[in-house]
Design a binder for this molecule. Structure first.
Ligand code: CO
Length: 165
């Protein structure tokens, strides 16, 4: 049984390793990960958030973008990024915190699907935003790392995030 890991848990700071085996066990893991994301009402989830230090991200922005559904990204790598946008973000691992984060607007991403097939696609809008947030998780980065030190200190003082995380 996997459980959501919260800010302060060292696994959220660890860099993940690539998935190499696209076997039945991996398929079962993806199924469970997807179940957890929907149960927690998330629009994205990265494997370290449920305690697994592997390069896996799932995204479903259907509530924000018409026609969207579940997307699975294995071993995603951002190849290029351009533009800039400011969007308020939240994170299942940092409950109760929402802050504006500036990120590139368009990304070119290479990734594999659940069967191991390789793709390179360009993403913009909500998908680019959520993907960058989730891929940060694979590198041990949390969205509160992107806000100003003053805003971060306010969150620490309010005890909504720990001083060291
Ligand atoms: Co997150």
């Amino acid at each position: 049984m996997y459980k959501i890991k919260y800010i302060g848990d060292p696994i959220l700071r660890r860099k993940t390793t690539d998935v190499e085996l696209f076997d039945k066990k991996f398929a079962a893991f993806l199924e469970e990960m997807t179940e957890i994301m929907y149960r927690e009402d998330g629009i994205g989830l990265a494997a370290p958030q449920i305690g697994i230090s592997k390069s896996v991200v799932i995204v479903d922005v259907a509530e924000l973008v018409e026609g969207e559904s579940l997307r699975i990204f294995v071993n995603p790598k951002i190849k290029e990024a351009s533009g800039s946008s400011v969007v308020e973000e939240g994170c299942l691992s940092i409950p109760g915190v929402r802050e504006e984060v500036t990120r590139p607007e368009v990304i070119e991403l290479s990734f594999q699907d659940e069967s191991g097939a390789s793709f390179t696609h360009e993403f913009d809008g909500w998908l680019a935003r959520v993907l960058q947030h989730e891929i940060d998780h694979l590198n041990g980065i949390l969205f509160v790392d992107h806000i100003s030190p003053i805003k971060r200190q306010v969150l620490i003082n309010k005890k909504v995030i720990p001083e060291k995380y």
